[in-house]
Design a protein around this ligand. Structure first.
Ligand code: AMP
Length: 248
């Protein structure tokens, strides 16, 4: 079974994002970038499948700038077999990402796509679902457990108020949630080995996909600053205060 894992290069989750003074977006100059955390979970899941003998090959794909090669290398050091970088300096919206991934899935004859549930930069939570729709494949989103069950895939989903277990026909698209696994750190020997693994360099045009933006960002602003809290003397004062602001 060939597994395709799309990984996005995003602002590192430890970095506090700064909005550009002209409010057109987040300032990425000299900011630490890293693999989207949900995509690390996807790579880990694919590697575990390979270790169990379920997956035979793991292809790591990124759509982004030349530096996204580093992101792919992280996936290769964790256990991916080879990479594909679809190079572009434009901001690519989920539908265009999904169209490119569809073309790669078809070219590679992949049996399973494991994507993250969302990229933490734009918080779209769309790409996996759009890809499943374009391919007309079943999808198991927000996965907190994935298991091969004969020729089907059993996916436990984190839904409001509990867990839902579904059985998917293969091929399929899975998107990963936080509790699926704890991604491994790549060992130094594996980081060295990953340097020799192949990364194919492509462009969106190679897949006939127009990446022109359909959406325009009107404005990006900092979140409102939290106001300082206040200590009250006792429960009665607390209740009176809550009543006075209409909170209870
Ligand atoms: P989104 O729909 O943008 O929140 O992203 C959901 C998932 O789609 C991510 O976790 C990635 O697995 C994949 N994805 C989105 N954008 C890209 C990209 N530019 N390159 C590779 N994978 C991507």
């Amino acid at each position: 079974m060939k597994v395709l894992v799309p990984v996005k290069r995003v602002i590192d989750y430890n970095v506090r994002p700064r909005v550009k003074p002209d409010q057109t977006g987040v300032d990425l100059a000299n900011v630490k970038m890293a693999m989207n955390p949900f995509d690390e979970i996807s790579v880990e899941e694919a590697v575990r499948m390979k270790e169990k003998g379920i997956a035979t090959e793991i292809v790591i794909v990124s759509i982004g700038p030349a530096q996204a090669q580093e992101t792919i290398r992280v996936g290769l050091a964790m256990g991916g077999d080879r990479g594909i970088l679809v190079q572009t300096d434009e901001r690519v919206e989920p539908l265009a990402v999904a169209k490119i991934l569809k073309a790669i899935v078809e070219q590679e004859k992949a049996d399973l796509v494991i994507a993250g549930k969302q990229a933490i930069d734009d918080d779209n939570n769309q790409t996996g679902q759009m890809l499943a729709a374009l391919l007309d494949w079943p999808q198991g989103t927000f996965a907190s457990a994935v298991a091969k069950d004969g020729d089907k895939l059993k996916v436990t989903r984190e839904v409001d108020g509990g867990l839902q277990t579904i059985s998917l026909d293969m091929p399929a698209v899975v998107t990963t949630d936080l509790r699926l696994n704890e991604p491994r750190f790549a060992s130094l020997p594996n980081i060295m080995k990953a340097k020799k693994k192949e990364i194919a360099m492509k462009t969106p045009a190679d897949y006939g996909v127009d990446t022109a933006a359909r959406l325009s960002v009107v404005k990006v602003t900092e979140p409102k600053k939290r106001e300082a809290g206040e200590k009250v003397a006792d429960v009665d004062t607390l209740i009176a205060k809550l009543k006075s602001v209409g909170a209870i």
